[in-house]
Design a protein around this ligand. Structure first.
Ligand SMILES: [Zn+2]
Ligand SMILES: [Zn+2]
Length: 487
């Protein structure tokens, strides 16, 4: 009881500790901060809360309510009404204005409050261990309490949820909690051992993006940064935002939500974080990419992922993010004429290796589309060639078909070698037949000529040559032999 009296009599000295990690991905959590402050005062978090914080909350609310707050204490990391009541009380007691940054309160009105923070304590054992080994202050990160973050973006390890000693999980803020230690058995939660399970690519991406997101927390009061022009962050969906001109139907497929939800998001209505992350991951863009403090282009050039992109590549990436119908149309068009995805990307004026390495999502989409459309393209070309092959009115040559289909012959022969050789054979047979007919006719006229001249007794080679309408035909040995037989 003496502890409580002591705290109450010196409220202004309640928490003089400075919150850690402001402006960084690893910003401290409000629950961790309370535990750290209690530890510094050599009291338990429960004493601190019951003796000082809760009375202040009641005082501010101006009602004498018996709140059963224990089960909801974890909520102070979030932005629910609970945090909206408790955080100002803690700020008042500690005479600090930056406690709200240790919560999701800066994103009030942007993110919905439910399902945002975890009621179970989660941590990265390697972060704890690293701080201890380097003699730094051990503290708990806000990032770890976000439900959508499943791994540490720094160590790429899954977040731990159970004590390695007693195998129990624990509440985010327990009554006797010590930072970095199990609140049940007091065991040390840090570890140098890597986990056997590894997070997947999307989990790593989510953790990195949310870390980047939290690094904006301490700019929350600067209206020009998070709420430019009275609008709000995440204006990728808002007027002049990235998706402004996009079809809601298209976005609904990408983000896996109903079309009306997209329209709701555009009206600045609670964006559901897991859907937002899912869609942004699929599109390979950051949900906070529209915030103005993102590094500016030094020379007006466009750098993404550290690569300078060409204008056509920028168009391609924009299409990928905003208008896949047009992108697909373009891919389909080139797929008809080109035999692999690298050539398709080249034909679009982009560098295949840049797209493949810096925009794996874009590359994968183009490749998947190419692979799915390709069989139909080949089928189309084959059907067309078969029509030419079987045309009753005319026997086409490959050159004529290539011109008509506007495709080069080498490509056609590669796509349909069998049909092309059938066409060539048919044409060759036809030409041989024509030749045979022509020679037979010429033979006939040579015979007639020879017989006539012989009858007149005027058969000489010069006479025969000048009489024949096509004298050149005698260069054909077969016709020459026919003529010779009359001499
Ligand atoms: Zn870590
Ligand atoms: Zn334990």
């Amino acid at each position: 009881m003496n502890d409580i009296v002591d705290i109450l009599s010196s409220r202004s000295k309640l928490c003089l500790l400075t919150p850690l990690g402001l402006g960084e991905a690893g910003i401290e959590s409000a629950t961790g901060y309370i535990a750290r402050c209690a530890e510094a005062k050599n009291i338990t978090p429960q004493t601190l809360i019951e003796g000082a914080i809760f009375p202040q909350v009641k005082l501010d609310a101006n009602v004498d309510f018996q709140d059963s707050y224990r089960a909801t204490l974890y909520c102070i990391n979030g932005l629910a009404p609970f945090a909206q009541r408790w955080i100002p009380a803690i700020e008042k007691l500690s005479k600090r204005k930056d406690i709200r940054y240790l919560t999701m309160l800066p994103w009030q009105g942007i993110l919905p409050w439910n399902g945002l923070v975890s009621d179970k304590r989660r941590w990265c054992p390697k972060c704890f261990q690293e701080a201890k080994d380097q003699g730094k202050i051990i503290y708990e990160q806000l990032l770890w309490s976000l439900v959508n973050v499943k791994c540490c973006p720094k160590h790429l390890e899954p977040l731990a949820m159970k004590c390695p000693y007693c195998s129990l999980s624990m509440p985010t803020l327990a009554s006797r909690m010590k930072v970095g230690h199990c609140s049940r058995c007091n065991g040390w939660l840090g570890s140098r051992v890597s986990s056997t399970s590894k997070p997947n690519a999307q989990e790593i991406w989510n953790a990195k993006i949310m870390g980047e997101w939290l690094s904006y927390n301490s700019h929350a009061d600067d209206a020009t940064i998070i709420r430019p022009n009275g609008s709000r962050a995440l204006n990728i969906f808002k007027p002049f935002g990235l998706f402004d001109l996009s079809d809601p139907q298209y976005l609904s497929e990408i983000f896996g939500v109903h079309k009306n939800t997209i329209l709701k998001w555009k009206r600045e209505d609670g964006v559901e974080l897991s859907s937002l992350l899912k869609g942004c991951y699929a599109l390979d863009i950051s949900p906070i990419s529209c915030l103005p403090t993102m590094p500016a282009d030094p020379d007006g050039l466009n750098f993404y992922h550290g690569v300078q992109v060409l204008p056509k590549e920028e168009i391609l990436i924009n299409l990928y993010q905003t208008d896949r119908t047009t992108l697909f149309r373009s891919i389909d068009h080139f797929t008809l004429y080109l035999c692999n995805v690298t050539l398709v990307i080249k034909k679009m004026g982009c560098r295949p290796n840049v797209i493949r390495e810096s925009y794996p999502h874009v590359y994968k989409l183009i490749k998947d589309r190419f692979d799915s459309v390709r069989p139909r393209c080949i089928e189309f070309i084959r059907t067309k060639l078969q029509e030419y092959r079987d045309a009753p009115e005319r026997i086409y040559s490959m050159t004529e078909i290539g011109l008509a289909m506007k495709m080069n012959l080498r490509y056609l022969r590669m796509v349909a070698p069998d049909i092309c050789s059938q066409i060539s054979k048919r044409r060759a047979d036809y030409e041989a037949r024509l030749y045979e007919e022509r020679v037979l006719m010429q033979e006939k006229s040579v015979r007639e000529c020879c017989e006539e001249l012989k009858a007149q007794n005027k058969l000489t080679w010069p006479r025969l040559i000048s009489t024949l309408s096509k004298s050149g035909c005698l260069r054909n040995p077969r016709l020459k032999a026919v003529a010779a037989s009359y001499f």
